[in-house]
Ligand binder design. Structure first.
Ligand code: NDP
Ligand code: A1CAB
Length: 275
């Protein structure tokens, strides 16, 4: 299905690249199917053209306008300007997939012509390695076939859940921003390992493998996180001592507040075009 599809990107930043990289790595598409434009950073486009073997002649507004699927990947603060520019260039029958945090399908539909289908997606940068957690919701004019196309794109770079649009800001707070929370934790663990006397590279290796192993256990063991945690925690042992410190600092509450604040921020960005 994707092999016959011309894919256009409006925006050439971190998220556009992660999606592109994932689709190419998984061989879902080839580089000659891709057109991408940004606002003006030519060096960035040259880098992407070289890195992914994109056809220079296709990286134009006209080619993006002809794409079957157009992925909108600009910052929320730039969405209005981009949509104003693109409103008469996008055509009925095209599918627009927006990954812009906070901006609703209804807002996008107010810009584009009738008949342009809109899907809102909230992936994360793990698209680049085929492991995004993506949530999708459809706008007013999207057909099941078009929605299936969006599902196919994001399933090829990770897992997909379909949600009601009212859940999208919560998704953004959890899994859209989530990789950064995990990287923050990884930085903290690595630094902690160094404080405990390990060389930097050893602390890094042990941190990464511990995160990877724990993620696989969560995926494959069929056990809940709570049970897995209990299995590591011997009564009176080292883990119990460590967890007591995390509880004293109320890390669970901090995590909850982080997700809620990120969700709230998504709502703010949608309303005011902030960020
Ligand atoms: N990064 C992440 O982890 C995630 C991001 N998102 C969402 O993805 C979107 C993009 O984020 P991210 O990739 O990180 O942002 P970046 O800042 O890395 O990239 C934004 C891109 O948009 C381009 N751009 C801005 N205005 C226009 C315009 N009018 N026409 C064409 N291109 C334009 C910029 O071009 P130039 O540099 O030339 O100005 C740049 O290439 C955001 O809305 C974000 O909410 C969603 C999930 C995860
Ligand atoms: O930080 C942001 O606003 C974007 C949205 C989700 C992840 N990054």
């Amino acid at each position: 299905m994707l092999k016959k599809c011309a894919i256009g990107f409006i925006g050439a930043g971190a998220m556009a690249e992660a999606i592109l990289e994932g689709l190419l790595k998984r061989r879902e598409i080839t580089s000659n199917q891709v057109s991408m434009v940004n606002r003006g950073d030519r060096d960035r486009m040259t880098t992407l053209v070289k890195r992914y073997g994109l056809e220079v002649a296709k990286q134009t507004i006209d080619h993006v306008a002809l794409a079957d699927v157009v992925i909108l990947a600009v910052k929320p603060k730039d969405a209005e300007e981009a949509l104003t520019f693109w409103q008469n260039r996008l055509r009925p029958g095209q599918l627009v997939i927006s990954v812009v945090a906070g901006i609703t399908t209804q807002t996008i539909e107010e810009f584009v012509q009738n008949g342009v289908a809109v899907v809102r997606a909230m992936p994360n940068t793990s698209c680049a390695v085929g492991l995004s957690a993506t949530a999708l919701c459809g706008g007013r004019a999207v057909t099941e076939q078009q929605f299936a196309m969006a599902e196919r794109i994001f399933m090829s770079v990770g897992s997909v859940v379909r949600v009601d649009e009212s859940a999208m800001d919560a998704v953004t707070g959890l899994s859209g921003s989530g990789p950064a929370y995990i990287y923050y934790m990884a930085e903290a663990l690595q630094t902690a390992g160094m404080h405990a006397g390990l060389p930097a590279e050893t602390a890094r290796q042990l941190t990464v493998q511990t995160l990877l192993g724990a993620a696989h256990m969560l995926m494959e063991s069929g056990k809940e996180a709570e049970q897995l945690r209990r299995e590591v925690t011997s009564p009176g042992g080292t883990t119990m001592a460590g967890l007591e410190v995390l509880r004293r600092f109320d890390v669970a509450e901090a995590m909850k507040m982080a997700v809620l604040r990120a969700k709230e921020r998504a709502g703010e960005m949608g309303k005011r075009g902030g960020c």
